[in-house]
Design a protein around this ligand. Sequence first.
Ligand code: CAA
Length: 282
Amino acid sequence: MVRIKKVSVLGSGVMGHGIAQISAMAGYHVTIRDIDQAFLDKAMDKIKWSLSKMVEKGKIASSDMQSILSRITTTVSLKDAVVDADLIIEAIPEDMRLKKDTFSELDRLADPRTIFASNTSTLPITEIATATSREDRFIGIHFFNPPQLMQLVEVIPGAKTSKDTVSIALEYVKSLSKEPILCRKDVAGFIVNRIFIPLVHEAAWEMLEDKASMRAIDAAFKFKLGFPMGIFELADYTGLDVIYKASKEMLARDSKVLNPCPLIEDLYSKGFYGQKTGKGVL
Ligand code: CAA
């Protein structure tokens, strides 16, 4: 079985930089790859901010910060990113064509033993894997935002993923001090979004049709159902763009998976994405 020593992360956005950071915190050597050096510089700034916050809260020693940072390198070259990588985790935009093209190129560049993982939240793992000649060494490893604070990670084997690859992915997640859950079927939304995305639509229907106030619904989620945030607060935090696209993808895979509320599409089409644009449901 491959022993993971070096992890490469493709994409330096919210998920990519977080995955890179927690991997370096667990002792792995990490390379982050993005298409523009400016994105990578921004990602490194975010990692430094996050590590400083952890020092401030006593989660890590200040002496650890420098060694964690020294394990992270950045590159704009896909070819350089794959050198010596045991595990490559893709966290690029949620576009099937883009993901397939990237993995097909990676397949030509990376060592045949390298394991490929996608951090997709809704796209079918089995289908992305077909862009490679290593469907047995292809798997979904889905982190949640912010990866630095969220304990749960979904591990999703595709139809041809080998048992060894599943074991390696589970061990890797545990080595990050995270809790893996195995998604036994590569279904729309996997385990978490299969519940979370329909809930957002149901809450929106409740507001639109049943005249419940946004405040009342959020209070119910937070103070009765025990969510860390109200459902609309969480939707704004996650991004209405992410929720809208995930909904469309899930519906394309299974038309009965959710009852789409027009409010979500309305907010998306107005560019009200939530925290990232300053306006969302709230
Ligand atoms: N690194 C380090 N520290 C961070 C951080 C990061 N990346 N992000 C925030 N923090 C800090 C904050 O600045 C804050 O510090 P201060 O107290 O100094 O201000 C601290 O962490 C958070 O402290 P809180 O006590 O407020 O934290 P909390 O107990 O409320 O937990 C939370 C915060 C973990 C985000 C919690 O609110 C939570 O679990 N929310 C739900 C998040 C969730 O469900 N995410 C999944 C979204 S769906 C998704 O990811 C994509 C998808 O598949 C569609």
